[in-house]
Ligand binder design. Sequence first.
Ligand code: MLT
Length: 202
Amino acid sequence: MQHIFIKGSSETTLILLHGTGGDEHSLVDIGRFLLPNANLLSIKGNIDENGLTRFFKRKSFGIFDEEDLIFRTKELYDFLQSAAKQYRFDLTKAVGYGYSNGANILGNMLIQIPRSITQAVLAHPMVPRRGIDLPDLSHTHVLITAGDNDPIAPMSESRELERMLKSASADVSMYIGHKEHAISKEELEAVKTWLKKKELIQ
Ligand code: MLT
């Protein structure tokens, strides 16, 4: 997959997954702000939706193509494993940060491939899939950042995802802002606080 890797001085790797219409450059500044010493691996999605890049197909606005989501999640995980070998980092110590469409594939990876990523920030996510058996996620730490007036990823979805992950025994924290679907400065400060609490900032 098209990507940028920036070597850091700590053992942590921050995996960055952009929203619809973004690319591998979109979240690099945010990554640097969140974990200044970490390796950054910023990935571009493989789907072109009328010129807008995404990580998986959708049938219509807010309706995911679940078959493609499952396939692309495995494809992304395979890429992460090969990148970990190539750049010599430990995937088990990585933190995922996904925004919007990137949060949705990351959220799906948590439940489709348990222990693939055990520390994840889901920024403005939706529920990736419903009606499936959930794995044991007791080793997984998640921060959901949401907007109580987000018109694209409604608050009800973030709450449903929180309940879903908690029911699988994940450790889930929430930040709720009021900046619609945008990533705000306050939200990023909340992410930093969470990363500090999880002892991921060295
Ligand atoms: C999605 O399709 O993943 C969500 O609707 C968010 C987005 O617009 O990317």
